[in-house]
Design a protein around this ligand. Sequence first.
Ligand SMILES: O=C(O)C1=C[C@@H](OP(=O)(O)O)[C@@H](O)[C@H](O)C1
Ligand SMILES: C=C(OP(=O)(O)O)C(=O)O
Length: 449
Amino acid sequence: MSTQDHRKPLRARASGPLKGSIRPPGDKSISHRALMLGALAIGETTVEGLLEGEDVLATAEAMRAFGATVIRDDGGVWHVKGLGVGGLLEPDKVIDYGNAGTGVRLAMGLAGSHGFATTFTGDASLVGRPMGRIFEPLRRMGVQILARSGDRLPATIEGPEVPVPIEYRVPVASAQVKSAVLLAALNFSGTTTVIEPIPTRDHTERMLAAFGAAIETTVADDGVRTIAIDGGADLQAQKIVVPGDPSSAAFPIVAAAIVEGSDVTVENALLNPTRIGLIDTLVEMGADITIDNRRSVGGEEVGDVRVRGSRMKGVAVPPERAPSMIDEYPILSVAAAFAEGETRMEGIGELRVKESDRIAMMVAGLKANGVDVDEGPESIVVRGSARPAGGATVATSLDHRIAMSFLILGLGAANPVTIDDESPIATSFPAFRDMMTGLGARFESVDGD
Ligand SMILES: O=C(O)C1=C[C@@H](OP(=O)(O)O)[C@@H](O)[C@H](O)C1
Ligand SMILES: C=C(OP(=O)(O)O)C(=O)O
């Protein structure tokens, strides 16, 4: 049976205004890290609000394969009994990380500091994604890596006999690369330094500090961040409360902005400054967004984001903003399709190596739905209109963000928009369909070809 047979097409059509309040699922980045640091800590870490999407469940399974106890209680709280830094055990099976880039890249960092061999693989999307960006610094630390050609998965990682603490300047703005190096360094004696010319999400640094790691970040006048970590310190179990994922919140936020007369509040959204580029951009485009009830949850700022149907205009998104909204460009392209004038998104080459080539997928899908859009090697330029035509079926290529983005397009377009497969949505936002339906969105299942 081909994977085609398992596809679940779904159609979205224009509805009346979207109204109501929702709580997005827990942040994916924080959820992965909570389970991993819990597995390395002494004692029992509890995690409230964990994202129970396939990507994070793959991390739960991986930590079990490394010997940690990971359970969910009846109240939905996760409990992780850790093994101590350096205490992971040799898995007796290949670790299949499914669709999860963050999960596998961070876990390869962890595995790289242990003196046994671990083999990782993933689904058809993940085995096509570049892993050399992780392998290069790990190899410099003395880690042995045997990978498929082009430094792709499957790959086998084995920690060094004599680890080498390194100073590493991250060549591409990537929190995954930074985090893999920091997690490997936790178990190596000596100081490892990561230099980050362009800031990326800082959840690893924050959480390592909260667990008691010897980590220090300094920020130079020009904004370059230097993160130094001394290996060998014990981590102490923590109580973690995971805020709502701004990358999931992005879908109802844009839906409310493009559907006339809408009034939606997305509660408990993470407002960490390294994650809010989309909100800043939508506000510049003229979206009617207010943030209330700002508060601190688990050491992070959160708030309730209220969005009303808006007439937006195109903007040029500054390329240096990209890391703070890297997963939000697909849905921003949809917002841009409803904005008057041109929206320029430049410096976004990283989108080509996500779950799919998101530049190519968005450009093809928008064009098919009557949107005026140009593709550059590292850019998307959209010229919007009050109401894009819609009417087409788009391919999702195992990419949750492409799937959700085109469903949102269908909620505002003149004709329904169909995606060929809704199943990837379960990787990051399993409740997407129910939550959006609760706000008044209209989705209908479609018979496959
Ligand atoms: O560290 C993380 O949790 C993430 C980092 C980003 O990837 P890159 O580090 O490749 O930019 C992002 O796209 C991903 O969804 C989550
Ligand atoms: C790029 C993403 O995830 P990952 O790299 O973890 O697969 C994403 O969630 O948009």
